[in-house]
Design a protein around this ligand. Structure first.
Ligand code: SF4
Length: 424
């Protein structure tokens, strides 16, 4: 983490004497066939929105999300029907040749479901436990311990996932009281944010005390406000050696959700905070769930943290270009690459992710960007002959013309990938 953020802003007035006893060596965590944490690339994850008891629909969406690039997929396990469906979902997913780790999301009754249905926990790779939703008083501790004991017994990873919408109320009340009696009390909002951090860290400490290996433990403390998320995760980044799952919860619909998530996660990831991410978008009716996977990939790729698919450089267009043709080609090429990248990956192609493509509106910047790309296309400007200049590795190629310039260019991209990245 950057030095300028190394500070404990919460701990000035509220000290639970926890941070000073943790060994801060980061842990590497195994979840199914995926490793996260220390030295591992930041992983993309997503969550299904089907009814889990609908085995066919849930398995299909898990596979769709995995094929889109989600490296971990979660689904809720809310009742007995869901718990009984989990082994069948795993069978269907694995039967389709999909090895993505499966995560069960438990609230309120996880201790009961996991005790009654051992096949459910056996079929999962990780449990998500929300310490704000495991009961109150002694039942809180008993229920939490039951789930951790089962995770240890079945050798499963656990994410302790705190959420601002379901905070541990007893812990919050206790910290509010402690703050009131403090010589320098802070605002209730700061205590609230501090409660998120303490809930995650104290639950992690309890889980480790119950026998869970820190190498099977992930924590998160999500909230829906960007400035609050920055505060919470900077504190976690400073105080937690555990792998961190990062996400802006309830990010919202469309552009608002994508931009808020990108700002929040972009800042934190750039500071070295976060080992897995999820973009929690509200889908538009009928919209594919894969949008949240693509958004997460774009965040990581834009930051230079990961490469998932070729980058398309395209200008915004202006009055110099016939924008409809230019826009449709840029869009078509981008959509093609998004769908084709998983196909290349499955076929064993290597290195295609670093391919750079330029689709430019006219000759003002077209040749310059085109020459800087592996494959560049400079489209005809307004009033110019319908011919597009092609650039291959900085050199002028053939000139494309006709009504199907996009199809010709895509065919050239395909050929370039096969000849450069198939390893044949
Ligand atoms: S490359 Fe041409 S069309 Fe694109 S923004 Fe620049 S001047 Fe406009």
């Amino acid at each position: 983490m950057k030095e300028k953020y190394r500070r404990s802003f919460f701990c000035i007035c509220i000290n639970l004497n926890f941070a000073d006893i943790i060994d801060m060596t980061p842990y590497k965590v195994k979840i199914g066939n995926v490793f996260i944490g220390k030295d591992c690339p930041v992983a993309v994850q997503s969550m299904a929105n089907t009814c889990t008891a609908d085995v066919k629909a849930t398995a299909a969406q898990v596979i769709e999300l995995a094929e889109a690039g989600s490296e971990l997929v979660r689904f809720t396990v809310k009742d007995e029907d869901d718990a009984q469906a989990v082994p069948y979902i795993r069978d269907a997913v694995r039967g389709a040749g999909c090895a993505v780790p499966l995560i069960g999301d438990f609230h309120y009754n996880g201790h009961q479901l996991l005790t009654k249905y051992p096949a459910c926990i056996e079929a999962l790779d990780k449990l998500r436990i929300n310490p704000g939703n495991v009961g109150t008083g002694s039942r809180h501790d008993d229920n939490f311990k039951t789930m951790i004991d089962l995770a240890v017994k079945h050798d499963k990873a656990v994410r302790i996932g705190v959420n601002g919408g379901s905070i541990d109320k007893e812990l919050y009340a206790g910290l509010l009281e402690k703050n009131r009696q403090s010589k320098a009390p802070v605002s209730d909002r700061e205590v609230f944010l501090h409660t998120l951090v303490e809930s995650a860290l104290s639950s992690a400490k309890a889980a480790v005390n119950y026998g869970l290996s820190p190498e099977r433990l992930v924590i998160s403390a999500k909230i829906s406000s960007v400035p609050d998320l920055l505060k919470v995760y900077r504190e976690l980044g400073e105080r937690s050696p555990y792998a961190l799952h990062l996400g802006l919860t309830e990010a919202g619909v469309g552009m608002k959700g994508v931009i808020s998530s990108a700002i929040a996660m972009g800042i934190l990831l750039d500071e070295g905070i976060g080992n897995t991410i999820r973009v929690s978008l509200t889908p538009k009716p009928g919209e594919s769930r894969t949008q949240e996977v693509y958004a997460a990939q774009e965040i990581l790729q834009s930051l230079g943290k990961r490469q998932f698919l070729p980058q398309v450089v395209s200008c915004p267009g202006c009055g110099r270009t016939s924008s409809q043709l230019f826009q449709s080609i840029a869009l078509e090429v981008g959509d093609y690459l998004r769908l084709q990248a998983p196909v290349w990956k499955r076929a064993g192609f290597k290195g295609y992710e670093s391919l750079k493509i330029a689709v430019m509106g006219c000759i003002v910047n077209g040749p310059g960007e085109g020459k800087g790309a592996n494959l560049g296309l400079s489209l005809p400007g307004r009033g110019e002959e319908a011919k597009a200049l092609l650039f291959i590795d900085g050199e002028r190629g053939e000139t494309l013309s006709g009504d199907d310039i996009a199809a010709q260019f895509i065919s050239i991209i395909d050929g370039y990938v096969k000849s450069h990245y198939s390893g044949v």
